[in-house]
Design a protein around this ligand. Structure first.
Ligand code: NAI
Length: 492
């Protein structure tokens, strides 16, 4: 039976398969879960709509989910992050480019916003008779957002004409969503409400998506249970930090190949991602300056040896500016206008609203020159004859995925082992009351015992020798010899 898909080029599948094979070796957590759960098929009957960067590492996740029995449809959660060879290999699966037999993927590098939201719709629109999706695996919350907006507008009987107050953040992108939902409400009324009814739960990958989920839950609008994968310790304290420590310099190097050593790098936000970003650039010999709004994180940055300053104070010093806040309006056009000639500006937070690209484009006399895809020089014409420009990476979107290939396999094995366990949790516990270990329409984190399990799955590969507690030591600490070893309020 032919499968539905839309990717760049299926002839890339062989190249993708080689990379996936090498990645499997670097993803011991996912491969251990295949061995542990493959025989019992806990995801048999699961129909997962996945929205997460379509990279080589994600290919290993997808094929782990199918090895555990799931059916999957996939889209990327960013217009620039797809690795076309990985997407092709997942579609081809055990078949051939002429007769693909893998998983329906709707993702290619360099999608337009209209195409992006079309792909999001495809993963939530399963073939007639399939029963529709019953699980969501999300990164940044776009699939969850689309479904919730569809249900909201169906209940209201119409899609609003324009983005409303509070929705304005989505600006043009939100207009695209509204147009799409307007068409879908006319063509297929009730579709989103029906789809949402079938969903057993969502597992969310990142800080920004988790924030959206907690907001929905606080307003009592969350339509199904959610697991916050991001706040597993083995996710945010590893992927966000050590992942970015690897993939930020990778993105900067591939984009510009500017020497980082000796330069001044300004990192906006000193959370998990900011900490990894700062460490990476200091490791390359940059002098790093941090901006923060939270006194705790600001103090951490200072004690880690970084200058902490307001962005406005260091605009004329920075050679490289990186946003990592998960917040909006961090680097505005007025800031960029004051930067040094050929300063590099990039974002590693989830959405592009950290950098005011719209404002930059509106700057009088500004000119955009494409150096290469995802690298643009913005030339200011101050009317003085002075040539001054800045370089913006990935049009303000995640540069580590737009200009490079995202985090490496080993760290993503931790994140995706959490994703897989979270999918099994929500899928298999569906129908149980929260008193019997089931989940209500709230946001949960995985229990610590599973977090420790994910870490344990990665120790052998690194040659880690773990000390074991004696029985009397365990009693002294008040823990079990086998763990969990820390209380829930412990901060790693
Ligand atoms: P976090 O909450 O740990 O850190 C964000 C920090 O930014 C906080 O300390 C906050 O106080 C600070 N901040 C907020 N507004 C600010 C402002 N106006 N100026 C300066 N600092 C400000 O979040 P985390 O986990 O570090 O994630 C940050 C973003 O990166 C999120 O959007 C997340 O989804 C994304 N992310 C990106 C990854 C990638 O591969 N590029 C990987 C993981 C997360």
């Amino acid at each position: 039976m032919s499968i539905e898909f839309k990717v760049a080029d299926l002839s890339l599948a062989e190249a993708g398969r080689h990379q996936i094979r090498l990645a499997e070796h670097e993803m011991p957590g996912l491969m251990a879960l295949r061995r542990e759960y493959g025989p019992s098929q806990p995801l048999a009957g699961a129909r997962i709509a996945g929205s997460l960067h379509m990279t080589v590492q994600t290919a290993v996740l997808i094929e782990t989910l199918t090895a555990l029995g799931a059916e999957v449809r996939w889209a990327s959660c960013n217009i620039f992050s797809t690795q076309d060879e990985a997407a092709a290999a997942v579609v081809v699966g055990n078949g051939t480019p002429q007769d693909p037999a893998g998983v329906p993927v709707f993702a290619w590098k360099n999608e337009s916003l209209e195409e992006y939201w079309w792909t999001a719709q495809q993963i939530l629109t399963w073939p007639e008779g399939s029963g529709g999706p019953n699980m969501i695996l999300d990164d940044g919350g776009d699939a969850t957002l689309l479904l919730h907006k569809g249900v909201e507008f169906e209940a209201a009987g119409a899609v609003p004409e324009n983005p409303r107050e509070g929705d304005a953040d989505y600006s043009y992108e939100y207009t695209v969503i509204l147009d799409m939902l307007r068409r879908s409400l006319a063509e297929n009324p009730g579709k989103w409400t029906e789809t949402a009814k079938g969903i057993r739960g969502v597992t969310e990958e990142t800080t920004t998506g988790v924030l959206r989920l907690y907001q929905l839950a606080a307003e009592d609008k969350l339509l199904f249970p959610a697991i916050n994968v991001n706040d597993s310790v083995t996710k945010s304290k590893f992927d966000n930090k050590y992942g970015i420590r690897h993939s930020l310099p990778d993105g900067l190097n591939r984009a510009t190949d500017t020497l980082i050593g000796g330069k001044v790098a300004v990192i906006c936000g000193y959370g998990d991602v900011g900490k990894g970003a700062a460490e990476a650039l200091r490791g390359q010999g940059a002098r790093v300056i941090v901006t923060e709004i939270d006194p705790i994180c600001a103090l951490q940055a200072a004690m880690d040896g970084y200058q902490v300053a307001k962005l406005e104070s260091v605009l004329d010093q920075g050679d490289i500016f990186i946003t990592a806040t998960g917040n909006k309006d961090i680097i505005m056009a007025s800031h960029m206008a004051k930067m040094k000639h050929q300063a590099i500006v990039g974002n590693v937070g989830h959405f592009d609203n950290e950098i005011d690209m719209a404002g930059l484009a509106r700057t009088p006399g500004i000119r955009k020159v494409e150096i290469k895809p995802q690298v643009h020089e913005w030339v200011f014409d101050g009317g003085t004859g002075e040539q001054r420009s800045i370089i913006v990476l990935s049009e303000g979107r995640l540069l580590n995925l737009g200009n490079a290939t995202g985090h490496p396999s080993f760290v993503m094995s931790n994140s995706f082992a959490n994703q897989t366990i979270a999918q099994i949790e929500l899928f298999t516990k569906h129908g149980k009351s929260p008193r019997d270990g089931g989940y209500a329409n709230q946001v949960y984190v995985l229990p610590k015992v599973l977090d420790e399990k994910v870490a344990r799955l990665h120790l052998d590969a690194l040659g880690v020798e773990l000390t074991e507690l004696s029985k009397s030591q365990a009693e002294y600490l008040g823990v079990d010899v086998a763990g969990p070893f820390k209380s829930d309020h412990y901060r790693y």
